[in-house]
Design a protein around this ligand. Sequence first.
Ligand code: PGA
Length: 244
Amino acid sequence: MEIIRVKDYAAMSEAASTFLIERINRLDNPKLGLATGSTPEGLYKNIIEKHKQGDVSFKNVKSFNLDEYVGLEKNDPNSYYFFMKDKLFDHVDISLDNVRVPNGVAADLQQECQDHEEAIKAAGGIDVQLLGIGANGHIGFNEPGTPFTSKTQVVNLDESTIQANSRFFNTIEEVPTQAISMGIDTIMNSKEILLLISGESKAEALAKLVSGEVTEEVPASVLNNHPNVTVIADEAAFSVVDGK
Ligand code: PGA
């Protein structure tokens, strides 16, 4: 695991966009695993900027998102499909035929999970998977205790995750309690992984990750077993590691 330490959120976003654009430009048909949340927003902004300047094209990119809330329609402003369109897809030259966000309102959710797995496989696997991390160490919506063997599945959200994500909703009751999430094994099958960590609220999670102990109680700790992981984390995220 390579760990890149940067000053702050802006520097993390800048380093992450340079990293991702280098892969998109190098690979013939890049398959990206994409993430939502506050963490990658700055990265997506930078990518849009660089796309406008002609530095990167998404013409040959296929993308697969990590997760989606169960019960939210595509056009719901809190759905991750909406987030991706709003924060990235609508502003770059990607074809919506080439993006796949799990469908949280599918009539058969189990089938939808299987379809997500199959689509990733049919594309030849994910070249670069982008990840954020939860304060509780989750990756995707794989909460503590999720088996490392898990594939894309319907998951129950932790109380702490519902609490954390309630900032986007009017009331906490509106936060969905379930999601479709790529599994830990799905994530680990990616050829390369880029994990972004910013802020003091993630400092405990980063400390657990770099302790080297691999345990299902800290889902992100599994990344210690992956051969090609880059972590870009800012000073605030290092506060616990630094003993502050
Ligand atoms: P955040 O979420 O980027 O909004 O902090 C990350 C996560 O929970 O995985």
